[in-house]
Design a protein around this ligand. Structure first.
Ligand code: CA
Ligand code: CA
Length: 217
C-alpha cells in the first residue's frame, strides 16, 4: 500500500513538472533573481542634491546635466556608494571644442578614473587626483568622432583591469564594429566605491552628460 501511495505522489510531482512550460519556470527563476544594485539618473528632474561637488557644481535642466562653473573643472560624486571598488559607470556625453564631459568610477571624492571621448579619434583613460588628470592610455585612436554628437560610453574596473565601450551608432548597444574598446591596466588607485561626473569647461562651451548610471561589478 505504501508503495502504491508513493507511486501516486511521484506521478503527481512529475505531472506538475510537465504542467509548467519552461518559460513559466524561467519566470519564477527571474523573479527570484537579485535586482542589480546601482544608481541611475536621467536628469528628468533636478537631482543635484544627490551629488556632492569636489569642485565647481552641476546644473540640471532640460533633462541634462552641465557644469556650473565656466573655465574650470566641475567634479561631482554621487552620494550613494555602489559598495565595491570594482565598479562600472556609463553615461551619454557630448563634448564641445576644448571641453570634457566624462563619467568617473572608482571615485572616493579625490581619486578615480574617467573615460574621455576625445574627438576626433580617441577614447582615453585618465586617472584623476583632485582636479588633475593623468593620461593612463588610449583605448583607441582610430575612430571617427564628431563634436556636438552624443556618445554613450561605459567603463568598468576589476582589480587593475579597465574595460571601455562606446556606442558609435547610437543603437543602445556595444555590439557593433569597434564598440568594444578592450582593456587597459593600471594600478595607481585601488579603492573608491563611488561614481561621479566631470565637466571641464575649458573653452566656455558647455559639455553635457545624460543617462548616467553606475554600480558594483
Ligand atoms: Ca535626460
Ligand atoms: Ca552600437
Amino acid at each position: 500500500m505504501k508503495r502504491i501511495i508513493l507511486s501516486i505522489i511521484l506521478c503527481l510531482c512529475a505531472s506538475c513538472a510537465w504542467a509548467f512550460p519552461p518559460g513559466f519556470i524561467g519566470a519564477i527563476t527571474q523573479s527570484n533573481a537579485q535586482a542589480p544594485t546601482g544608481i541611475s539618473d536621467n536628469f528628468s528632474s533636478d537631482t543635484s542634491a544627490n551629488y556632492t561637488a569636489s569642485y565647481g557644481g552641476v546644473t540640471i535642466s532640460d533633462g541634462i546635466a552641465t557644469g556650473t562653473t565656466n573655465w574650470n573643472s566641475n567634479i561631482l560624486k554621487h552620494n550613494t556608494s555602489v559598495g565595491s571598488s570594482d565598479n562600472w559607470v556609463e553615461a551619454t556625453v557630448v563634448d564641445r571644442s576644448g571641453s570634457v564631459s566624462a563619467p568617473i568610477l572608482r571615485y572616493n571624492g579625490t581619486t578615480g578614473y574617467i573615460i574621455h571621448v576625445a574627438v576626433p579619434a580617441s577614447v582615453i583613460l585618465y586617472s584623476i587626483n583632485g582636479e588633475n588628470k593623468t593620461y593612463v592610455g588610449a583605448f583607441t585612436s582610430s575612430l571617427s568622432l564628431t563634436t556636438e554628437i552624443s556618445y554613450k560610453v561605459k567603463l568598468s574596473v576589476s582589480g587593475t583591469t579597465f574595460h571601455g565601450w562606446i556606442d558609435l551608432n547610437s543603437d543602445g548597444d556595444y555590439e557593433d564594429t569597434n564598440e568594444d574598446l578592450g582593456t587597459i591596466s593600471d594600478s595607481t588607485y585601488s579603492t573608491g566605491t563611488y561614481v561621479g561626473i566631470r565637466f571641464d569647461r575649458g573653452s566656455g562651451a558647455s559639455p553635457e552628460i545624460d543617462n548616467f548610471s553606475g554600480g558594483a561589478l
